[in-house]
Design a binder for this molecule. Structure first.
Ligand code: KIV
Length: 289
């Protein structure tokens, strides 16, 4: 029987213009999330540095380390999902030198990722080439790159000007030429994402990049409505788990406080014989006659 596991070559061949179904990727950071993504038939799991914001409580993605992403990748890997596992290289793990980049990416591969993702265009080419030379497949990520939050002056839509849009197309072509098997397009106008998708032969995966990409990615907590402090325009929520969770916890608290939890069925019992024997001793031992 053919394996149902999604692989890098399978993803690399998925262009919508060639008749493929759109790719679906979601972030996940733990085993239950990975199992849910796999059972739902999704193609890829991104162990994203967004874990910093949606799980660890930071205001940006700059706080997480290779060890953090490796820790979460191991949890995802233990669930043995059919989805391709993409390990996100965090800020400063691929900026200092080519050698450090390869060693850091190897950590994520050893933790269970099948490939890595890194942010940036042409200036990252030496790193991308070294990774591919070390047999580590690379997913690119251009447009709104959250690790550049300070350089961009905030999480802002990119390539709104024609010149910047043209630069982005050149970045995408260069990443493809260097060997990236797919490219995430984040926070760019629909027309620019469409032009990039047309210009390259590897799939584009959009987030806030409109409907003409070869696939889409969203953050797990956004899809499920676990995170509700800030909902970007491009997010569609498919559940409201935060409300459901609060409702369930309120009911639990109320049941404990009014004595209805736990009930008899939710408790363990002695059999009759032991109950009788225990009755003799249970209230402080046998009475003296
Ligand atoms: O870390 C992440 O969640 C990401 C996606 C937004 C693409 O990089």
């Amino acid at each position: 029987m053919a394996s149902t596991k999604v692989t890098v070559p399978k993803v690399a061949s998925r262009k919508v213009r060639d008749g493929s179904d759109a790719l679906v990727m979601v972030t996940a950071y733990d085993a239950p999330g990975a199992r849910a993504a796999s059972e739902a038939g999704l193609d890829m799991i991104l162990v994203g540095d967004s874990v910093a914001m949606v799980v660890l409580g930071y205001d940006d993605t700059l706080q997480v380390t290779v060890d953090d992403i490796a820790h979460h990748t191991r949890a995802v890997h233990r669930a043995n999902p059919d989805c391709l596992i993409v390990g996100d290289l965090p800020w400063m793990s691929y900026h200092v030198s080519v050698e450090e980049t390869v060693r850091n990416a190897a950590e994520l591969i050893r933790a269970g990722a099948q490939c890595v993702k890194l942010e940036g265009g042409r200036k990252r080419l030496p790193m991308v080439e070294a990774l591919i030379d070390a047999e580590i497949p690379v997913m690119g990520h251009i447009g709104l790159t959250p690790q550049s939050v300070h350089a961009m002056g905030g999480f802002k839509v990119q390539a709104r000007q024609a010149e910047a849009a043209m630069e982005l197309i050149e970045d995408a072509k260069a990443l493809q030429h260097a060997g990236c098997f797919a490219i995430v397009l984040e926070g760019i106008p629909v027309k620019v994402a469409e032009a990039i998708t047309d210009a390259i032969d590897v799939p584009t995966i959009g987030i806030g990049a409109g409907p003409h990409c070869d696939g889409q990615v969203l953050v797990y907590h956004d899809v499920l409505g676990i995170e509700d402090r800030f909902v970007p325009k491009f997010v569609r929520r498919y559940a409201d788990l935060k409300s459901a969770t609060i409702g369930a916890l309120e009911q639990y608290a109320s049941d404990v406080r009014d004595g209805s939890f736990p009930n008899d069925d939710e408790s363990y019992h002695l059999n009759d014989e032991q109950s009788e024997a225990f009755g003799l001793y249970g209230s402080g031992g046998p009475e003296e006659s």
